[in-house]
Write a new protein. Structure first.
Length: 288
């Protein structure tokens, strides 16, 4: 465990490089949006799209690096939890541990579904607001009036705070409920299952989300003969790519990165309350 902890520290010490890599994509994407809103030439938008496509790839690398460091940190915290809870071995053949493994492996899927749904509901509210402004503000469609930006920003900020409450409660309450009612052995299974499942889903989310985003840009750019056969904009392949990108963006930008927090926070909370769980936990097994 000492070697794992040192390896995790080494990966975390270069987090500044990882953040710089992650920032490349959003900066390029925003540059393209600004160029389009400013009415600049189509050539500039093509260049920013190419930079954004490269940014999606570099962001996947940076996110993969962050996921790897989170896995090592969580594994080190898991070892500390097992030691502090006075657990000699974690036997997956034990029913208590196996139940925890099943539940822990399910949690990242549940958490990802909740975050994806939150992004979708917030986006729908934004679309409804924009549609309402076009219908109520005279001259907005013709570019003669300014839209109400404040309300749109408020929708995003309010959703970012309110919608994270259910996923956050899932992460915070699960170790407490499992530790109190089922004991430290079941909780160790939950942590192990969440760690293994969470790392796999996070890597998959980052890579597939970036691939869906780049697939849309690939069709729109038409840089190759194959891309031109799939385009142009408005074609059926392009419509399918747009739908994939709608799923891929929250997948790579919301669900994937937030799974790092899930596996680390559950491990930290379990470690903090380990003495209480070891002494007073497992109420259901003591009763029955």
């Amino acid at each position: 465990m000492y070697g794992i902890a040192v390896a995790a520290l080494g990966m975390l010490s270069t987090i500044a490089t990882g953040l710089a890599i992650d920032a490349y994509g959003p900066i390029s994407d925003n540059a393209g949006g600004i160029a389009e809103m400013a009415g600049m030439s189509h050539r500039i938008r093509e260049r920013t799209d190419a930079l954004d496509a490269a940014g999606n790839t570099t962001a996947a690398i940076g996110k993969g690096y962050a996921i790897g460091s989170a896995a090592l940190v969580s594994l080190a915290l898991f070892g500390a939890f097992v030691s502090r809870a006075s657990i000699s071995t974690v036997d997956v053949l034990t029913p208590k541990v196996f139940i925890g493994l099943i539940v822990g492996a399910m949690l990242p899927y549940w958490f990802s579904a909740m975050t994806m749904k939150s992004v979708g509901s917030a986006a729908l509210k934004m679309v409804e607001e924009v549609r309402g402004q076009f219908n109520t503000i005279p001259g907005l469609m013709e570019g003669l009036a300014k839209p109400d930006y404040t309300t749109c920003v408020k929708i995003s900020t309010d959703a970012s705070i309110k919608e994270i409450i259910p996923p956050g409660a899932l992460v915070m309450l699960t170790p407490l409920i499992v530790g109190i009612f089922f004991g430290v052995e079941t909780l160790s299974g939950v942590l192990a299952g969440a760690l293994v499942s969470g790392v796999q889903i996070a890597i998959s989310a980052s890579n597939t989300g970036g691939a869906w985003d780049n697939a849309k840009k690939y069709i729109e750019a038409g840089a190759s003969e194959h891309a031109r056969t799939l385009g142009p904009k408005g074609s059926e392949p392009h419509k399918a790519a747009v739908i994939g990108n709608t799923i891929g963006d929250p997948l790579k930008d919301t669900s994937g990165p937030s799974l790092n927090i899930l596996i680390k926070l559950m491990a930290v909370e379990s470690l903090v309350f380990a003495p209480i769980f070891a002494t007073h936990g497992g109420i259901l097994f003591k009763i029955f």
